[in-house]
Design a protein around this ligand. Structure first.
Ligand SMILES: CC(C)(COP(=O)(O)OP(=O)(O)OC[C@H]1O[C@@H](n2cnc3c(N)ncnc32)[C@H](O)[C@@H]1OP(=O)(O)O)[C@@H](O)C(=O)NCCC(=O)NCCS
Length: 193
């Protein structure tokens, strides 16, 4: 389901999949060929959320923001495995976040990182590019091995194939709702609630 909030309508690129049980609301942008799977919440009601192209947000993920302070920014070719919680953080291009991880306000995960399953990234945590980050709370462990890089780089292309298989099976391509008098988002001056 894709819904406007206070007149701000999510912006959705070409051939995006949004499962019917997912909620995408408000000041959210999703780039082309990305997919948002079953029971996800992407709630852009008190700040903005950007999801790049060819990204996948797997089942049960929750993406939110902090009012007026921390948007959430997800780069191209990012994979969020099942049950990831993102709040007011930035993930650069090509990051893989393992299942059931939580990433908090102001954290920045560099390009191509692997965040191990079940990790907690504290507020303001910084991960250099192409490193393994793991633990509760998380620390930077080491540079990725070739096998870990392969894992990170293998998932997003697979999810492009998966969402295309769903389209072939009759699931609809995502379309933003049309509403009268749509409004620009928070970055363009919409007041924070
Ligand atoms: C990270 C992962 C790939 C393991 O990789 P690995 O090559 O076996 O890791 P290593 O054995 O080199 O571990 C390196 C360090 O990270 C730690 N570590 C690895 N996985 C960890 C995890 N999930 N939680 C906490 N620490 C972890 C190890 O204990 C080790 O710590 P140390 O150096 O202090 O001893 C795996 O744990 C993981 O999280 N996979 C992602 C699964 C997933 O969500 N897939 C998506 C499906 S769509």
């Amino acid at each position: 389901m894709i819904r406007a909030f206070q007149g701000i309508v999510p912006r959705v690129g070409a051939r995006v999949f949004v499962a019917d049980s997912a909620l995408v609301l408000g000041d959210v942008e999703i780039g082309e060929d990305s997919s948002i799977w079953f029971n996800c919440v992407v709630r852009g009601d008190v700040n903005w959320i950007r999801i790049g192209a060819r990204a996948n947000v797997q089942d049960m993920c929750c993406i939110h923001v902090t009012n007026g302070k921390w948007p959430t920014v997800i780069g191209d070719e990012v994979s969020l495995a099942h049950n990831v919680m993102l709040h007011g953080c930035t993930l650069e291009r090509g990051v893989l976040v393992g299942m059931s991880t939580t990433i908090m306000d102001g954290a920045v995960v560099g390009e191509g990182c692997l965040v191990a399953a079940g990790s907690l990234l504290r507020e303001g945590f910084q991960a250099p590019p192409h490193t393994l980050v793991a633990g509760w709370p998380a620390e930077v462990k080491k540079d990725l091995t070739p096998a870990q890089r392969e894992l990170v780089q293998g998932i997003w292309p697979r999810y492009i194939r998966y969402k295309e298989a769903y389209f072939a099976d009759g699931w609809p391509v995502a379309e933003a709702p049309r509403i009268p008098d749509p409004r620009p988002g928070f970055r363009e001056g919409h007041p924070y609630p």
